[in-house]
Write a new protein. Sequence first.
Length: 87
Amino acid sequence: MNGGLPIQGGWGYTKADACIICKDDVLIDPTAPFDGTGVEYEFVKYRLYEEMIIHRPNGHKFSGISWDLLEQHLVADGAKYYDQLMF
């Protein structure tokens, strides 16, 4: 990646608000192998920081947060597939 995350969509709480990883995004170096799993984990990390630190009022921020993958499922909905991650 050339910096940033190649994503579109929402925060990923529901199918309607899914985070879409864009393999063909302009941020992606087309000559390098694409690491979609790495993008997933970076998105989770940044979303966690946003929700638990950046957008919380002073005195209610968290630090030293650890996150572990508890479950991962591929969910089919018609012609669309969703990678559901539970941390």
